[in-house]
Design a protein around this ligand. Structure first.
Ligand SMILES: [Zn+2]
Length: 713
């Protein structure tokens, strides 16, 4: 496909050149990705004219232009004001933003070895670009002057928040430091980047190097499909005729769930959970300790007591104590449920005459037997009621009811797309008919497209220089069926589809004046999308859209009940393995890391928490890439549960509203406070406006099938 399109462009260029006789130097760098969007709907990306050769020149030129804009702002002879500094920053970097929209498509939707090579080349340049902006002292001096001025205090709350967020993006990253402290700060960052990479590389080594090769007589209990994949994994590693269990989650998990060979299960389990902890040159213990030490030193330079305090300050949770409070409130119920799950499993093992005590490598295996006995859900049966097109229609119905949006297909050819599978809809307000934006959908898997599902924007809402229409997209990896036949989707994928559509609705419904305020807060941005998942199982969706692909009959109530029931299966295990990580993450980042022996500390802390002996941390310290291979989730792993609490609590608000999940008043509040406000309001305040109080954990406990603590509030 890619080839075809490129030859189209080549042909077009030849025609253009001969027709107009304009000579363009063959070496002229193609920077077309920086161009203004042209065409209908306030301009749309020229996805039909993408050329890999334009990536590097466009990105490089875009950075150059961005830095020139920054220099102009920083060296403005006028005294710093909100308009000439903060808003000027909001206006800067537009061409590079546009180039990023295309670059994102190449990286996620249509990657090739060429693109990956360019990515490797661009990554350090992009990081140098943002360091240059953040390290611009003259620029920071102006931002600070505005931040500290009296005029800001008289501005609108969203403008004050914009100033604060802009100031923070510098100050929280070392801009306030001077002299030796500044130099040390930069040195620490460099060293940390090195250690984060080393941590990942060590982990990767242990995942790639430890492979268990099995013979045909060691495959008891394993499915045919899994055995096939093991055989090809062995062949790839030049062990033809053998069966490879690789040291990754996607291999370990099914093996431990289904293998009847207990000693092999133990071996696989030990190898997996010892990644990074083998006492060899790839051991991560010392690296974790050094990372914690350096992070601690760095935030001390900024005047914080501990790393988590610095990290959570601008999150919804605000303090490590509040995040910890949530985790500790759920923990006792989680480990109590583990005890029940283990008892259930022991009973099955005893009845079988297995003569064993349940050990960690038995958990998944016996949990599967419990699942079969108590929660059996036939995924193929469910699939017959879940059709891709109907799901999309259901999403449009929900968006119509809650957001007052109408989706109309854009005629083919009116808006350029990067692949013929991509379809585009026009989104308008149902009442006023006013254009909101476009929604692009790239539904199917193909080579070069990353796995999973995601949402993105090619242009976000803003209104300070004229209102912009939103260009939002959803991307999935559904398997394209035979032409004319409905695409049937698994239950998990259906929920994910709604989830990602939730992100798209968030983009589409945003009503904030400034680009920075469309940004997210880490422990809050997943909440809106998680919440939208809850509409999949509302009656209106069930009765009209979850219908059998042949008979057209709605999914039976009995099957819906099974789906709901299955959601509480194995929650002791899942919640505990997750919570142990979330707790350890916060403990690591609130503890003085001097002379830390990571291995011993992990053991000691888990013992203190009464971690059930049948379950390890989902990611043991030496393999906890979320927090040690970078800082994306460091002191932030709790965020998943934080968002879950909001989701459960908000879902109960709908469940108990007079109009249920389609209650008009509550929908209005939902859109106004939780979606449209973006990051223009503190998330905690926004939630309080919606709910009339803070979120409470009881709803989450009910969702997971845990008893609700009497004293919880
Ligand atoms: Zn999400």
């Amino acid at each position: 496909m890619t080839k075809l399109r490129f030859s189209h462009i080549a042909v077009a260029l030849v025609i253009l050149a001969t027709a107009t006789a304009i000579m363009v130097s063959a070496e002229a760098p193609n920077t077309s990705l920086l161009d203004e969007y042209k065409g209908p709907y306030g301009g749309v990306p020229a996805f039909d004219k993408m050329d890999v050769a334009s990536i590097k020149p466009s990105m490089e030129k875009g950075m150059e232009m961005g830095l020139a804009e920054i220099d102009a702002i920083a060296s403005n002879p006028e005294p710093p004001t909100f308009e000439n500094t903060i808003l000027a920053l909001e206006r800067s970097g537009r061409p590079l933003d546009r180039a990023f929209s295309y670059y994102g498509i190449w990286r996620s939707n249509m990657s090739t070895p060429d693109v990956r090579e360019i990515q490797a080349e661009l990554a350090p340049k992009l990081s140098a670009y943002s360091s240059k902006i953040r390290g611009n002292e003259a620029l920071f001096a102006r931002v600070r002057a505005v931040y500290e001025s009296d005029t800001v205090k008289k501005m609108r709350p969203d403008q004050q928040r914009l100033v604060l967020l802009t100031y923070d993006s510098f100050a929280r990253n070392g801009a306030t430091l001077e002299g030796d402290a500044k130099a040390r700060y930069a040195e620490i960052n460099e060293k940390l980047a090195e250690l984060h990479t080393k941590f990942s590389n060590n982990m990767l080594h242990d995942e790639e190097e430890y492979v268990l090769y099995l013979d045909e007589n060691q495959l008891g209990g394993l499915s045919e499909a899994f055995v096939k994949s093991m055989a090809s994994a062995a062949t790839e590693r030049e062990h033809d005729g053998k069966y490879a269990v690789t040291n990754t989650r996607s291999s370990m998990d099914p093996f431990l769930t289904f293998s009847t060979e207990r000693d092999l299960r133990e071996k696989v389990w030990r190898t997996y959970y010892n990644r990074g902890d083998n006492g060899d040159e790839y051991d991560n213990n010392a690296i974790c300790a050094e990372i914690l030490q350096l992070r601690n030193e760095r935030i001390h330079l900024l005047g914080y007591d501990n790393y988590a305090q610095w990290r959570l300050e601008n999150r919804m949770a605000k303090t490590p104590e509040r995040a910890m409070e949530l985790l500790e409130a759920v923990w006792p119920a989680a480990i109590a449920r583990v005890a029940e799950e283990v008892a259930d499993m022991q009973e099955i093992a005893d009845a079988e005459g297995a003569g064993i005590t349940i050990e960690p490598w038995d958990y998944r295996f016996y949990a599967e037997k419990v699942r079969k006995a108590k929660y059996d859900l036939d995924s193929d049966e469910v699939k017959q009621y879940v059709q891709l097109e109907k799901l999309r229609e259901a999403m449009f119905m929900v968006a119509g009811e809650l957001f007052n949006f109408k989706f109309t297909p854009v005629p083919e050819g009116k808006v350029p797309v990067f692949h013929p599978d991509v379809k585009v809809w026009e989104v308008t307000d149902k009442t006023s008919g006013k254009l909101v934006g476009l929604w692009y959908l790239d539904p199917y898997a193909r080579t070069g497209k990353r796995s999973g599902a995601w949402a993105t924007t090619y242009r976000s809402y803003e209104s300070f220089d004229g209102e912009k229409t939103v260009l939002a997209s959803n991307n999935s990896n559904f398997i394209k069926g035979e032409p004319g036949k409905p695409v049937l989707v698994s239950w998990d994928d259906a929920r994910t589809f709604f989830h990602e559509f939730g992100h798209a609705l968030h983009y589409l419904s945003m009503k904030v004046e400034y680009p920075t305020l469309t940004g997210g807060v880490r422990d809050y941005t997943e909440f809106q999308s998680q919440l939208l998942e809850r509409w999949v199982l509302t009656d209106r969706v069930i009765n009209k859209y979850l219908v059998h692909y042949e008979t057209g009959k709605p999914i039976p109530a009995e099957l819906v009940a099974k789906i709901k029931n299955a959601a509480t299966f194995n929650q002791g295990f899942e919640t505990t393995e997750y919570l142990a990580c979330a707790l350890m993450d916060l403990i690591y980042h609130t503890t003085d890391p001097s002379n830390l022996d990571v291995d011993a500390f992990e053991k000691e802390q888990l013992a203190r928490l009464h971690m059930p002996k049948e379950i390890p941390m989902r990611h043991r310290s030496t393999q906890f890439a979320h927090i040690f291979s970078g800082e994306g989730y460091s002191a932030g792993y709790y965020g998943y549960m934080w968002a879950d609490v909001l989701t459960s609590d908000a879902a109960e608000a709908f469940a108990s509203a007079p109009g249920g999940f389609y209650d008009k008043d509550l929908s209005k509040k939902l859109v106004k406070y939780l979606f449209a406000a973006g990051n223009s309001v503190d998330p905690a305040d926004a939630y309080r406006e919606f709910r009339g109080r803070d979120a409470e954990i009881e709803a989450l406990m009910r969702d997971r099938g845990f008893p609700v603590p009497a004293a919880a509030n």
